[in-house]
Design a protein around this ligand. Structure first.
Ligand code: ADP
Ligand code: MG
Length: 261
């Protein structure tokens, strides 16, 4: 169905315009099963917009987007909700749902699919996101980091072959940041396609198979972290001096701001 290395999404020369604003220009890339793709770039670069194109919530105004070899626009919404899940940047839930109920919502696309072990899938999602102890708490009473993890559990419960996460680590402490990326890697090792928007370039480098770096709505580079995250490119894109060193344990890039002594 979705073997590792198979292409999930193929984007060819994708443009996205809202009114007079050109948000994305000439974006071509592939998202493959079994791999973690980190999407990075400065604020306003177009990362969330690109995620919106992938989810189908926004429609490319030029170029082509295919999912599993078929135009994305040809997939029905029920079918899409069983193919891909997304953790949006703002984890808003308007009513007084408990954390358990929020995670349970992740199962909604599977209603009628004759899956007997919904309860087990929900429990497993709660456990992996380290929020089982919060299950009966009201979502709105949770801290930002706890909400982020419950929202991650909801996405895990949706149990889709493609998982997209928009800044999932923004509100998290060190351990939970690592946990989220470790979960992403585990999902990939089981053949899922993962797209994760990250601000922390070292975190992206440590966990991603590929990094896509966006700048002003254009893809500046796409490839293995060590090729993409060079000092020159990061300084150009982020307009700030950096130092890139190799992690002594893994050899992967670590990106540090360059500071005066
Ligand atoms: P990122 O997630 O990388 O911070 P976004 O994809 O959210 O960036 O936004 C990319 C650019 O598109 C920003 O300049 C943003 O202001 C602009 N933008 C997003 N939504 C709209 C909209 N509805 N109308 C006009 N501009 C928008
Ligand atoms: Mg964003």
């Amino acid at each position: 169905m979705s073997g590792p290395g198979r292409v999930a999404y193929a984007l060819d020369d994708v443009g996205y315009r809202i009114g007079a604003a050109q948000i994305l220009t000439g974006v071509s890339l592939e998202v493959a099963y079994g791999r973690v793709l980190a999407l990075v770039g400065p604020n306003g670069a177009g990362k969330s917009s690109l995620l919106g194109i992938l989810t189908g919530d926004a429609r490319a105004t030029s170029g082509s987007v295919t999912l599993d070899g078929r135009a994305l626009s040809q997939h029905r919404s029920r079918e899409l909700s069983r193919r891909r899940s997304v953790l949006l940047q703002a984890n808003q839930v308007s009513f007084a749902y408990t954390a358990y109920e929020v995670v349970e919502m992740g199962r909604a696309p599977w209603i009628g699919a004759d899956i007997a072990d919904d309860g087990r899938i929900i429990d497993e999602a709660l456990r992996r996101a380290d929020v089982a102890h919060l299950a009966s708490r009201v979502f709105s009473s949770l801290s930002g980091g706890e909400r982020a993890r419950v929202s991650l559990a909801r996405v895990l419960a949706q149990d889709t072959p493609i998982v997209m996460l928009d800044e999932p680590t923004a509100a998290l402490d060190l351990k939970h940041q690592e946990d989220v990326l470790r979960i992403a890697r585990e999902l990939a090792s089981r053949g899922r396609a993962i797209v994760v928007v990250l601000h922390d370039l070292s975190l992206a480098a440590a966990y991603a198979d590929e990094v896509a770096i966006l700048h002003g709505g254009r893809l500046q580079a796409f490839g293995p972290p060590v090729d993409v995250l060079t000092e020159a490119r990061i300084e150009h894109v982020y307009e700030t001096p950096v130092r890139v060193i190799a992690d002594p344990d893994t050899g992967r890039p670590i990106v540090l701001p360059r500071r005066e002594r």
